[in-house]
Ligand binder design. Structure first.
Ligand code: UDP
Length: 160
């Protein structure tokens, strides 16, 4: 192994994926997991949780003053969700590209092969979440995985 030679390895990223209540109750979990693995991500950790209102408010803090927030809270607390840490090179952008636009109704028109086109319904019920930046990913991963990934945890560099 030659860790000293330049460009011998690329840094992997982690992102947070959530299969939302409509995705879980609609039995899309195994299709979504298949897409994830076939797209070259590894699933580092996963667990199922039924979020409460306080959890949704803390996770979606940036949206807590918006008019759609009460409805979003009702949706996100309506059943269990599957939380996953996905890892690969360029994980954040690549997962966002796979899930498609926020509005699943639009996704069905413009991104028919996206995950939201497959299992989402509209602007609210869009069946999956993906971190929108590397910074959001770090915050969201530590929100759900405090013990596993304490602050300051760095990614390993995998040789190619
Ligand atoms: N959402 C909604 N109404 C809106 C915008 C968003 O109900 O007008 C919901 C939707 O479920 C979305 C989530 O709130 O996934 C977070 O919104 P954001 O704009 O961050 O979209 P995302 O990053 O999930 O695509």
């Amino acid at each position: 192994s030659s860790r000293s030679s330049a460009n011998a390895y690329l840094e992997k990223e982690r992102t947070l994926a959530i299969v939302k209540p409509d995705g879980v109750s609609g039995n899309y979990t195994s299709s979504i997991r298949k897409i994830i693995l076939e797209s070259g991500f590894s699933i580092q950790r996963e667990f199922t949780v039924h979020l409460d209102e306080d959890g949704v408010r803390r996770f979606y803090a940036e949206h807590s003053t918006k008019s759609f927030f009460p409805s979003l809270t009702k949706y996100m607390t309506s059943g269990p969700v599957l939380i996953m840490i996905l890892q690969k090179v360029n994980a954040v952008a690549d997962w966002r590209a796979l899930i498609g636009p926020t509005d699943a109704r639009k996704a069905k028109m413009t991104h028919p092969n996206s995950i939201r086109a497959m299992c989402g319904e509209d602007l609210e019920r869009n069946c999956v979440h993906g971190s929108d930046s590397v910074e959001s990913a770090a915050r969201e991963i530590s929100f759900f995985f405090k013990e596993a990934f304490p602050e300051g945890t760095t990614l390993e560099h995998d040789e190619l």
